[in-house]
Design a protein around this ligand. Structure first.
Ligand code: C2E
Ligand code: CA
Ligand code: CA
Ligand code: CA
Length: 276
């Protein structure tokens, strides 16, 4: 019995080492990923609930390492954040997503592009200025650009964050609250931060027909957002039932596997062109 206890400890230790080592390897490779062209962006279409047409798309970053293969963002984004690499990587995503969206706009297709922004990017001194630079370089009309921030952002350094968000609003860029419902911000705070869209976290959508709390939360969020003039996007919509529920309760937009997973630039172009 003593022996097995000892082994367990060893096992735990080596697991911990594996994890640290993995992060170390990923961080070292992440440093060169931009220069080695290992990043690409997938786009997930966002649909209008009533017309069932694509009105926007979310840019989702992908990393394909020549030896390590595809590494999911859930693994490398936290490392990009802790290592400080997120600023450069985030700017790359913003610029390329705007370039892709501008191609659609030039064809007369008015879809908005939604880009995820980490709290570390916002905290970096020149964030609003780098957004302005990207708008100028790509020629995108800022009213088609949405920045997705998460709720946790709005809690810490609230005054500073509000300042940055106001500067961004002055550029006519929109702010979306991502993963809504998982953090602590209230709807009143959303108004205070000039949020124009909120995205209901997929965990609530998943449970709409399973957990009566989720049913109540989702319908309450939609109703209150309406009163505040904030548009609602439901994330992670996978079933027809979930879609019907959201439609009945007045949710404006949906995103999820029911309609389309994230796809590459050419595929989303085809999806959009086919609906005209
Ligand atoms: P998120 O912003 O909440 O993005 C939604 C995630 O849900 C995406 O995962 C998407 O592929 C997935 N998804 C979409 N529809 C469905 C569905 O119907 N069912 C289920 N189960 N999942 C669905 P992904 O692409 O792996 O991204 C994970 C997270 O990584 C994102 O969560 C976001 O927080 C972060 N991320 C991705 N790209 C970027 C980026 O460029 N910058 C930053 N800062 N974070 C990013
Ligand atoms: Ca997002
Ligand atoms: Ca989300
Ligand atoms: Ca999420």
């Amino acid at each position: 019995a003593k022996d097995s206890g000892k082994n367990k400890f060893k096992f735990y230790c080596s697991n911990l080492n594996d994890k640290i080592q993995e992060e170390f390897i990923l961080e070292n490779n992440l440093r060169y990923a931009l220069d080695k062209n290992e990043f690409f962006i997938n786009y997930q279409p966002i649909f209008d609930v009533n017309t069932e047409k694509i009105v926007g798309m979310e840019a989702l970053l992908r990393w394909k390492h020549i030896k390590l293969g595809i590494i999911p963002p859930s693994k490398f984004i936290p490392i990009a954040e802790s290592s400080g690499l997120i600023t450069k990587i985030g700017n790359w995503v913003l610029k390329n997503a705007c370039i892709h969206a501008k191609k659609f706009h030039d064809l007369g297709i008015d879809v908005f592009i939604s880009v995820n922004v980490s709290v570390n990017q916002l905290k970096e001194g020149n964030f609003a200025r780098s957004i302005l630079k990207i708008i100028k370089e790509t020629g995108i009309d800022p009213k088609y650009l949405d920045l997705e921030i998460t709720e946790s952002i709005s809690m810490e350094n609230i005054d500073y964050i509000r300042d940055v968000l106001n500067k961004i609003k002055d550029l006519k860029v929109n702010i979306s609250m991502d993963d809504f419902g998982t953090g602590y911000s209230s709807l009143a705070q959303l108004k205070n931060l000039c949020i124009s869209k909120l995205k209901i976290d997929s965990s609530f959508i998943k449970d709409i027909y399973i957990d009566s709390n989720s049913t109540a939360i989702v319908s309450a969020i939609i109703a209150m957002a309406k009163n505040l003039n904030i548009e609602v996007i439901a994330e992670g919509v996978e079933t027809k039932d979930q879609f019907e529920f959201l439609k009945e309760h007045g949710c404006e937009m949906v995103q999820g596997y029911l309609f389309s997973p994230p796809v590459d630039e050419n595929s989303i172009r085809k999806l959009i062109e086919n609906q005209y």
